[in-house]
Ligand binder design. Structure first.
Ligand code: ACO
Length: 327
């Protein structure tokens, strides 16, 4: 049994914040951000928009695109690191809104690799015959986790959600390749909201409160990790599945940074045209970036029946992985 993506959907907030707007509250400028990251704008959730509401919208669109009802879904996974809820999980809230009454629902947290791991998890279930039709959503409201005074991070990220419907079909599944290295976790962190008791000094409220829920990053360490590990793992997934670069129509990479994507293309000696990007418009939306990009490509007619794609995710943990998808 292998997985077939038969519908995609996405949702990004209407509120668009370009680089000039960011430059009104931190010391930066459009030229620097574009040159170092490729990002020109990001979309930021309004007061009514949450990780749940964006996931619901993306999920509804994916179901409509697949031409199926919510009742047909028997597995619903939401990948997120920025849920507006601790309990219940985001996936159950999405289930309620969609009316996906038959679905088993849970969240998966693995930052920017999260969607890829949600895809692999669903694939394993489909392949074993436990479930047949899965709705996979990556949804992030990273603006809630930003330190908007830190120009090293706030320029990079955006909010949004993307979704795919994955069905089991006849055929052998492509084997995914994934890795994790917890010893390098300090490169990208966001302190837990469960740690309040440790954050107070003798005088009561601590300056560390300012760091709560805020993303901290060693940008250069993340950059070095990505440009080394992503080409490696793409090579591994091709070898594992007895394929070569010539078999691949497009590489759909997590949209972290234009320079990372360009470096991966260069190391693989593949033309940059095979690496579609939309980070210019949305910034880095973590686990939502791959499904949002898939939806962009699908809606604009850039994916053709039988095309083989490599999806590759990488990020906090550290975690990284790649999988082959046949369209
Ligand atoms: N605007 C203007 N200047 C800035 C900004 C900014 N937004 N941010 C940093 N600078 C300055 C620094 O202060 C420094 O100035 P100095 O030379 O006077 O000290 C200078 O620019 C260079 O700073 P660096 O941190 O060395 O900049 P670098 O070239 O490494 O670029 C960046 C920073 C863009 C974050 C880069 O390290 C990067 O792309 N890293 C990858 C991180 C990433 O993609 N993270 C995404 C999350 S993880 C994931 O999704 C996989």
């Amino acid at each position: 049994m292998k997985g077939k993506i038969c519908g995609t959907g996405a949702y990004v907030p209407q509120n668009r914040m370009d680089n000039d707007q960011i430059a009104t509250f931190v010391d930066t400028n459009d030229e620097w951000i574009k040159e170092r990251t490729g990002v020109e704008a990001r979309h930021i959730a309004g007061t009514e928009e949450t990780t749940v509401s964006m996931a619901v919208m993306a999920g509804k669109r994916a179901l409509a695109n697949a031409g199926i009802t919510a009742e047909e879904i028997d597995l619903l996974i939401v990948s997120t690191t920025s849920s507006n809820l601790i309990l219940p999980c985001t996936a159950c809230e999405v289930q309620k809104e969609l009316g996906a009454n038959r679905a088993t629902c849970f969240d998966l947290s693995a930052a920017c690799t999260g969607f890829l791991l949600a895809y692999n998890t669903a694939l394993a279930y489909l392949n074993s015959g436990v479930y047949h039709t899965a709705l996979l959503i990556g949804s992030e409201c990273l603006s809630n986790l930003m330190d908007w005074k830190d120009r090293g991070t706030c320029i990079l990220f955006g909010d949004g959600a993307g979704a795919v419907v994955l069905k089991g079909t006849d055929g052998d599944m492509y084997f995914p390749v994934t890795h994790s290295d917890g010893t390098k976790g300090e490169a990208l962190t966001c302190k837990s909201r469960h740690d309040w008791s440790n954050l107070y000094d003798d005088s009561g409220a601590s300056a560390m409160q300012d760091q709560m829920h805020r993303i901290g990053m060693d940008g250069q360490a993340v950059f070095r990790f990505a440009v080394k590990r992503v080409p490696e793992i793409i090579g591994e997934v091709l070898t594992q599945n007895h394929m070569s670069k010539e078999d691949i129509a497009l590489y759909v990479l997590h949209q972290a940074n234009k320079r990372i994507v360009e470096a991966v293309a260069k190391r693989l000696d593949e033309p940059i045209e095979k690496f579609p990007m939309n980070l210019q418009e949305y910034g880095n939306t973590s686990s939502a970036s791959i499904p949002i990009l898939l939806d962009d490509l699908h809606q604009s007619g850039k994916l053709h029946e039988g095309d083989k794609l490599v999806l590759a995710g990488f990020g906090a943990g550290l975690t990284w992985g790649a999988v082959i998808v046949e369209w």
